[in-house]
Each structure stands twice: as C-alpha cells, then as structure tokens.
Design a binder for this molecule. Structure first.
Ligand code: FAD
Length: 380
C-alpha cells in the first residue's frame, strides 16, 4: 500500500494550489461576505481543465481517476469551500449523471461542453417536501407526444441559478413510487424553466444555492436521462460518487482550519510564550491532525474502490460521514485556538467553521449516512 500522492497528483496539486493561492484565497472572505458567486474563477478553472477531470478525453475531460478528483476538490476547498462545492456539484452530480446514464448523443451534446469547462451544471433531487426522503418527489413530468412537460420546483440546488444545464428528477408514474421517478436534462433558456429563490446561507455563501422552477416546461423526449422510471435509483448511485466529493470538500476545509490554527498558535503569545507551547493547545492540534488523516484515508479508500469500478455505497457513506464530522470538529477547535480572534472576521477560522457544517447535511445528512452504512452491514 502506498499512501503518498503520485508524482502526477503532486504536480496537479501544485498547479491548482498556485492558482488557488493567487486567484481564490485572497478573495474568499469578500465573496463570502458579499455572497458573490465567483463566475470568472469558475470560468478559468474550466479553461485549466479542472471542470471535467474524471471524464474521458473524448468528451473533453481530463481522463483522470477519482483519486485525482479527491485531490482537486480538497485543494479547491482548502482555498474556498464555495468554489469547491461549485465544482463538485458540477462534476460528480450533474456531469457524472450524464456520463453514467446518458446516450452517446447526450454525452456529445451535454457532457462535452460540461467536461471541457464551457458549461456549468446543476443537479437536483431535493424538493421542499422531499429532502432525506427524496422518494417523495412531487415535481411531475408528463409525456406529450415527442416531449415531456415538467411542472414543480426543486429546492437547494447548487449552481441552480448559474448553471447552463440542469438535471432534475421528476415523477413520471406516481403509482410506481420511487420506481416512477425519472431524470431529465434541462438546458438554461428552456421556456418554463427559471431559477427561483436564492438561499441566504450560514456558510458556502459564495456558492449559488437556488430553487429551480418548472412551469409547463417542455423538453424533448431525447432529454430523458436513463430509462423512464430509473431516475431515483440512478440518483442514489450518482450520490455514491458525489459523497466522495463531499468528503473531499470536508478534507479541504479541515486542512485549511488546521493550517490556520497551527500558524496562529505559533505566533500568538500569552503568559510570555507562544500558545503552541501549552500542552492543552498541542493536544488539540494533535487530535485535529490525527482525525484529518483518518478522514483522508477513508476518502482515499472510497476513491480507490470507485476507481476499481466496484460498488462504493458503504465506503463513500463512511468517508462522507466521518470526514464531514471531522471537518466540523477541526474547524471548531481552530476557532477555539484563535480565541476571540477566531470569532471575528479578521481570520478565516470562523468561515471554515460555518462552511464545515454543510458537510454533515448536503448529499444526505449524517443520520442518513448512518442508515446507509447500517443497511449495507445488515444486508451483507
Ligand atoms: C447549501 C446546500 C446545497 C445543496 N445542494 C444540493 C444539490 O445540489 N442538489 C440536491 O438535490 N440537493 C442539494 N441540497 C439538499 C440537501 O441534500 C438536503 O438539504 C439534505 O439531503 C437534507 O434534506 P432536508 O434539508 O430536507 O432535511 P430533512 O430531510 O427534513 O431532515 C431534517 C432532519 O431530520 C433527519 N432525518 C430525516 N429523515 C431521517 C431518518 N429516516 N432517520 C433519522 N433522521 C432523519 C435529518 O438527518 C435531519 O437532521 C443542498 C442543501 C444545502 C443546504
């Protein structure tokens, strides 16, 4: 077993870190304060090839692995979790759903501009009355000749108001329950499709989280993604991969919080010495680093299982559950180590703390991850 990044991954990390240090990190606090979606940075990430890393080169992607993807998302989140989540929703939810379930024509038409960074994607399962219980989807799609007419709304969609194309799950046969939900590709500008309310959030404030409204929205039958009725089951499979992305985001936030606390603890003097000389602070730092490493190993394992083409439901839920809860603990300890300054916007620790919390909620809460893991254990 080799726990080190490969030379190629280290090089990719260096390129991304240079970019992030120059063009993301210096602006992250302001974007957060102003809730400003960093459209130019996302465009540049597309030009640099970071919006399609896991997809084959024939579709404009980077032809890289999930293990590489973990490195990319962690590095982005280390600079700004809002940028990280924008990219992870685009890659592992929207683009990957088209890659895994799409026809060749859909891949050419939609995946290629997404993977090559020309377009940004959104993906939505969640509705106001269907969160953890996403099978309770109420948005409907009714077949009408060669097209489908979609009505309803999806909430909490990352990139919901800025995406060029969205994937939305809708009920096509109510009688069949979760086997009566289908996925649809809806390009921006389709009549009857518009962004709704943009959320004003605790964290990830520079990322776009919006409602998507469908009012007599007509899409051609060829925009049905996967088989009719398979949308919910496919969405669960897509979430298996997506949760590796969330775990990677959590690693990036925790890494940034640890670095912030380490640096501050060595500079800050109280009682005539740096606070890092106090064993109480040292123990905190040691626990933060140990938990973060454990989270990283679980995330790398999930990525390795995914790269082997094996089912990753349990491993990705474990990685997401553990890494997200570690991110919250590490970020909270970082605030504590910075004391009163940690509670101000003079330092990024408070932002890491706010950003960390979403990790335990998005793409399935911690409670749902525990249910997923337990179900896997009990079915073995
Ligand atoms: C910033 C942000 C971005 C998001 N991006 C996307 C996106 O791009 N696409 C998308 O589809 N969704 C997205 N979501 C939605 C997210 O996945 C849901 O918020 C999440 O799945 C939880 O659903 P809910 O908010 O309705 O909570 P609820 O399901 O109402 O849960 C409330 C509480 O009840 C608990 N609970 C619910 N059911 C059970 C149970 N059976 N057993 C034990 N406890 C339970 C939950 O764990 C939670 O603590 C996003 C959310 C946020 C906040």
């Amino acid at each position: 077993m080799n726990f080190d990044l490969t030379d190629d991954q280290l090089e990719m990390q260096r390129v991304l870190r240079d970019f992030a240090e120059a063009e993301i990190r210096p602006h992250a606090a302001r974007w957060d304060e102003e809730q400003k979606f960093p459209v130019e940075v996302v465009k540049k990430l597309g030009e640099l090839g970071f919006l399609g890393v896991i997809f084959p080169t024939e579709y404009g992607g980077g032809g890289l692995s999930y293990a590489d993807y973990v490195t990319v998302i962690e590095e982005l989140a280390r600079a700004d979790a809002s940028v990280g989540i924008t990219v992870s929703a685009h890659i592992s939810l929207c683009s990957n759903h088209i890659f895994e379930q799409g026809t060749e024509k859909q891949k050419q038409e939609f995946l290629t501009p997404l993977a090559s960074g020309k377009w940004l994607g959104a993906w939505s399962l969640t509705e106001s009355e269907a969160g953890s219980d996403a099978g309770g989807t109420r948005t409907t799609a009714v077949r009408d000749g060669d097209s489908w007419v979609i009505n309803g709304s999806k909430t909490f969609t990352t990139n919901g108001s800025v995406a060029d194309v969205a994937i939305a799950m809708a009920v096509t046969d109510k009688a069949k329950g979760s086997h009566g939900i289908s996925a649809f590709i809806v390009p921006r500008g389709t009549p009857g499709f518009r962004p709704g309310r943009k959320e004003n959030k605790l964290g990830h404030r520079a990322s776009d989280t919006s409602e998507m409204v469908f009012d007599q929205c007509r899409v051609p039958h060829e925009n049905l993604l996967g088989a009719e009725g398979d949308g919910f089951i496919a969405a669960l499979k897509i979430l298996d991969g997506g949760r590796i992305g969330v775990a990677s985001l959590a690693l990036g936030i925790a890494q940034a919080a640890l670095e912030c606390a380490l640096e501050y603890s060595q500079k800050r003097k109280q009682f005539g010495q740096s606070i890092s000389s106090f064993q109480a602070i040292q123990f905190k730092l040691a626990d933060m680093a140990t938990q973060l490493d454990a989270a990283r190993l679980l995330t790398y394992r999930a990525a390795a299982v995914k790269d082997q083409g094996r089912r990753v439901t349990k491993e990705s839920a474990m990685a997401k559950l553990f890494a997200s809860e570690v991110a919250v603990r590490v970020a909270e300890e970082a605030v504590q180590i910075l004391g009163g300054y940690g509670y101000t916007k003079d330092y990024p620790a408070e932002r890491y703390f706010r950003d960390s919390k979403l990790m335990t909620i998005g793409e399935g809460t911690s409670e749902i991850q525990r249910l997923v893991i337990a179900r896997q254990l009990l079915s073995q």
